[in-house]
Design a protein around this ligand. Structure first.
Ligand SMILES: Cc1cc2nc3c(=O)[nH]c(=O)nc-3n(C[C@H](O)[C@H](O)[C@H](O)COP(=O)(O)O)c2cc1C
Length: 370
């Protein structure tokens, strides 16, 4: 089998990647109630360190940013120490790892908020659906609209989280601006009905996300900061009325900042790759820097799109859950193990640490057949 560019090293700003395969951010809800990490996180990420780059599961920048039970944080000293063990393990295996910085905004619930407070959002608009609490799924509530003078506090939480990420030994951070969470809520005219300079026009709706990006860049450096967007994803009741206009304008602004990469979910997250006339990967050209594509990729799509420079990096989500050695399997054309959705979120080591890698004999068998 001819070697594809997909498996060759790639220089991502100051970071040398072993290959162009990226492990997607995957929430697994296996931290403590306080958002602290356990031994199993160290082992889970170590198992997957043959990825060129790992993006961690979405990680709460503050207690207010939390919206799902048992998700980890990066706001306390204990969490920094926990993540340090993870980054050390990944680096020992020759891998690279960035942390996804998360504030869920309105996709939370008083049960998950300090003092049982209401979740915060650009506007007081209740999302459809339910929140995942420790006591099970509960109906979403109407959030409280953030006051303008509170926004610097939220930005400061992103800055603190970035400083903590640096202290924890990460290679960089990914700003989570996708999937209907806080930054996406500011961008979308469906969730942002503000009448101040943070709402209304596209320019105004981009203001807060860009303030966050600028502050995170100032706290580290542009070539250590990636960003994730999902222009066509309706996840968490978000869809903008004109994603092409909004996300083209947003990408043009992001391009000016010289970020580490633009990571785009092409289509509906975990759904149709191509549900719209707007081809999300056209943002690569607007961005001008490293472009990472995600959503429903398989080996063939990945090889073709990298070969044809449609994408620079390919990000795989679900396949990494059940194939810790995804890179090795893809390289020799071995079959992938199926994932079990029942163990995606919460629970113990089952469905988390027990997906096996191929044995040496199996590897040889598939390599010989290739
Ligand atoms: C169990 C699970 C957890 C996820 N958690 C996150 C997350 O924490 N942050 C995020 O941006 N996307 C998250 N996603 C979306 C994935 O990163 C990815 O976009 C999606 O699975 C599509 O890629 P795939 O087809 O390769 O799986 C999650 C998806 C799954 C299946």
């Amino acid at each position: 089998m001819a070697k594809s560019k997909l498996f060759e090293p790639f220089t991502l700003g100051p970071i040398e990647l072993k290959n162009r395969i990226v492990m997607a951010p995957l929430t697994r809800s296996r931290a403590t109630s306080e958002g602290d990490l356990l031994d199993r996180h160290v082992e889970y990420y170590r198992q997957r360190a043959s990825a060129g780059l790992i993006i961690t599961e979405a990680t709460n920048i503050s207690p207010e940013g939390r919206g799902y039970a048992w998700t980890p944080g990066i706001f306390s000293d204990a969490q920094v120490a926990g993540w340090r063990r993870v980054t050390d393990a990944v680096h020992e295996e020759g891998g690279k790892i960035v942390i996804q910085l998360w504030h869920v905004g309105r996709i939370s619930h008083p049960d998950l908020q300090p003092g049982g407070a209401l979740p915060v959002a650009p506007s007081a608009i209740k999302p459809k659906g339910q929140a995942f609490t420790e006591a099970g799924f509960k109906d979403n509530v109407t959030p409280r609209a953030l006051e303008k003078d509170e926004l610097p506090r939220v930005v400061a939480d992103y800055v603190k989280a970035t400083e903590n990420a640096k202290a924890a030994g990460f290679d960089g951070v990914e700003v989570h601006s996708a999937n209907g969470y806080l930054l996406d809520q500011f961008l979308s005219d469906h969730t942002n009905k503000r009448t101040d300079e943070y709402g209304g026009s596209v320019e105004n709706r981009m203001r807060f996300p860009l303030e966050v990006v600028d502050a995170v860049v100032a706290a580290w450096s542009a070539d250590r900061v990636g960003i994730r967007v999902s222009p066509l994803s309706a996840a968490n009741d978000i869809l903008d009325s004109n994603p092409e206009e909004t996300f083209t304008a947003y990408t043009r602004e992001l391009a000016k900042r010289g970020l580490m990469y633009l990571h785009a979910i092409e289509g509906a997250t975990r759904g149709d790759r191509d549900p719209h006339h707007f081809k999300v990967w056209a943002l690569k050209e607007e961005f001008g820097g490293v472009y990472m594509g995600n959503n429903g990729y398989d080996r063939n799509i990945a090889v073709n799109r990298v070969q044809n420079d449609v994408v620079d990096l390919v990000c795989f989500g679900r396949p990494f859950i059940s194939n810790p050695d995804l890179v090795e399997r893809m390289e020799i054309g071995a079959p992938l193990a199926p994932f079990d959705e029942k163990t995606f979120y919460g629970g113990d080591e089952r469905g988390y640490l027990d997906y096996p890698k191929l044995s040496e004999d199996e590897k040889q068998k598939y390599a010989d057949a290739a």
